[in-house]
Design a binder for this molecule. Structure first.
Ligand code: PHE
Length: 386
């Protein structure tokens, strides 16, 4: 008996000491878990400069999408870094370089314009970092001389489609026979869109009576517009961004040009000259008047947060960010190669701007809308399926 109680006493002492060691920190403390890993995402957009309303919309929508995710994707906490390219190609390369080498992002949403996104795509492809541009429509964003840049994707249609839609609309709906075209000779987007429009317009029996180049810094178009006024074209095609087309449009009317103005997605800004451009038509990616419930829900929540109707840039940036998060979740990894593969395999993703599946070049096949600038607002005219 005595021996047993001696062992019991010893055991009690041991157990007592162990409970003191285990109990330090207080009773009821949960077992420590592994720290949650972080995934870094970059956003590049023109937050200042000549197309700053594009950048503002894209940033708003990107942040809204991240906020809705609870700053989480799969098992990762999201950390994001925002950079301004000012719509200057050299700056776009600088900030892409910084996001990749210093911030070590796994993926980038951006940029907005084709002239900035093409050089970004080259840097990111070489570094093996995923890029999804919400809005850059030039084919060269995802393909380089026929070779696919497989880390690069976009959430929008491309300019061969957009240019064809504009040309067919001019021929079939406006009954146009002649067109004059002005374009920025240093801008990939305007050069491409001009070429695709011209090709489809001529193929459909139309005639391009003037094709005039200008430089980004030009502000006086009177010489060119005087010539065009004499040619009396049915349409004046202006494939540039809102600031430049507003300037050209105003000067064209001052010269007595009565042609219908026509353009592309670059017109989509609250800062377009509503008076000068009144009556003009442009191709775009979405209309807030689309009756689909997902569009209504999106317009309501964006308007509630930012006090304005989301434009196509906001809508595509929201879709691009959601797509990227879906790809990261599917990959279950922050390795860009895994995210790239997951992104490429996404099919029928229900985005606000329509259903998204990628073709072999990372381009979604989507419909376009035609909007008219009328009485200070954008009016829905028609939708064109691919
Ligand atoms: N598509 C334009 C480009 O490639 C960018 C843009 C998209 C502008 C949508 C406005 C609206 O440069």
């Amino acid at each position: 008996m005595v021996r047993v109680s001696k062992w019991v006493a010893l055991l009690t002492v041991i157990l007592f000491s162990l409970s003191i060691i285990a109990g330090c920190g207080g009773g009821g403390t949960p077992a420590p878990t592994a720290p949650v890993e972080e995934i870094k995402i970059g956003l590049i957009a023109p937050l200042t400069g000549d197309v700053k309303t594009f950048g503002e919309s894209v940033k708003n929508a990107f942040e809204l999408a991240i906020e809705e995710s609870g700053h989480k994707v799969g098992d990762f906490n999201i950390k994001y870094v925002i950079a301004d390219d000012r719509n200057v190609a050299t700056e776009a390369v600088n900030v892409a370089d910084k996001l990749i080498t210093q911030d070590k992002v796994s993926a980038i949403v951006g940029s907005v314009t084709s002239s900035c996104t093409i050089p970004i795509s080259e840097v990111a492809q070489a570094a093996g970092v995923v890029v999804i541009s919400p809005t850059a429509t030039n084919p060269k964003v995802t393909v380089d001389g026929g070779k696919r840049k497989d880390y690069i994707f976009r959430a929008c249609f491309i300019d061969p489609f957009q240019g064809t839609v504009a040309a067919r609309f001019a021929l079939d709906e406006l009954g146009a026979k002649t067109a004059a075209v002005l374009f920025d000779q240093g801008n990939d987007y305007t050069i491409g869109l001009k070429d695709y429009f011209k090709e489809a317009f001529v193929a459909g029996g139309g005639q391009v009576v003037a094709e005039e180049a200008y430089a980004k810094t030009d502000t006086d178009f009177s010489a060119v517009l005087t010539r065009i006024a004499q040619l009396k074209p049915d349409v004046l095609f202006l494939p540039d961004y809102y600031q430049k087309v507003s300037l050209i449009g105003k000067q064209a009317r001052d010269k007595g040009i009565t042609a219908t103005f026509l353009g592309g997605d670059g017109w989509d800004s609250p800062e377009i000259d509503w008076t000068a451009m009144d009556g003009g038509y442009f191709t775009n990616h979405y209309s807030p008047e689309d009756p689909r419930p997902e569009v209504k829900e999106w317009v309501d929540k964006y308007t509630a947060k930012y006090g304005q109707t989301p434009d196509a840039l906001a809508t595509l940036a929201y879709d691009a960010t959601k797509l990227l998060l879906a790809a990261i979740e599917k990959a279950g990894s922050k390795d860009p190669a895994a995210i790239r593969d997951a992104m490429a395999s996404i099919e029928g993703f229900q985005a606000v701007s329509g259903s998204i599946s990628f073709d072999e070049n990372g381009n979604p096949i989507k419909s376009a809308v035609i909007l008219q600038i009328k009485d200070g607002a954008q009016k829905f005219v028609t939708i064109v399926n691919p």
